[in-house]
Design a protein around this ligand. Sequence first.
Ligand code: HMH
Length: 171
Amino acid sequence: FFTWLVQDYLFVVEFTRFSGRVLGAAPPHHFDVLLGGLAALKDELSWFRSEASARQLSLAVPPQTTCQRYEAFMRSQNERPYAVQATVLWAIERAYNEGWRNAMPVAEVYEPFANRWGNAEFTQYVHMLASQADEALEQSAEVVRQEAEQAVLEVAELEKAFWDMAFGEKG
Ligand code: HMH
């Protein structure tokens, strides 16, 4: 769990940059939802720092291979059409929303973590990301929709690998 906590902080740092770049590619009527997400990330980053310091965990560690692979994936997606980026943003948030929500009820020590991504407001945010991605995909060519589908499969693979990394202390 500690490995996950530290590596996920590093992930969220890069995810924040990814989200900022998605905003940079988005049409103005998508800004509200995306800015709400970025504001939540401001809180999330400081929350990670306090959870780590409460456990005396150093965040000044290198990302493991799987974390690096996920970071590189996010950077590469920012070069793609907005519809693909919006889909990837949704897929990443959906993975945690599903993962933590379906793990509930969890042991008390994990409750703040499960609640962060499993709560009703976050679930609603993920639905709004889905609507925005759907809208962008509807206006896209079939080849872009296929790119988006491929990217979702890559997110699923990276999400599984991320948990395996934390559990196995390798990768
Ligand atoms: C690995 N995926 C991973 N970490 C996260 N914090 C999220 C998704 C959701 O932000």
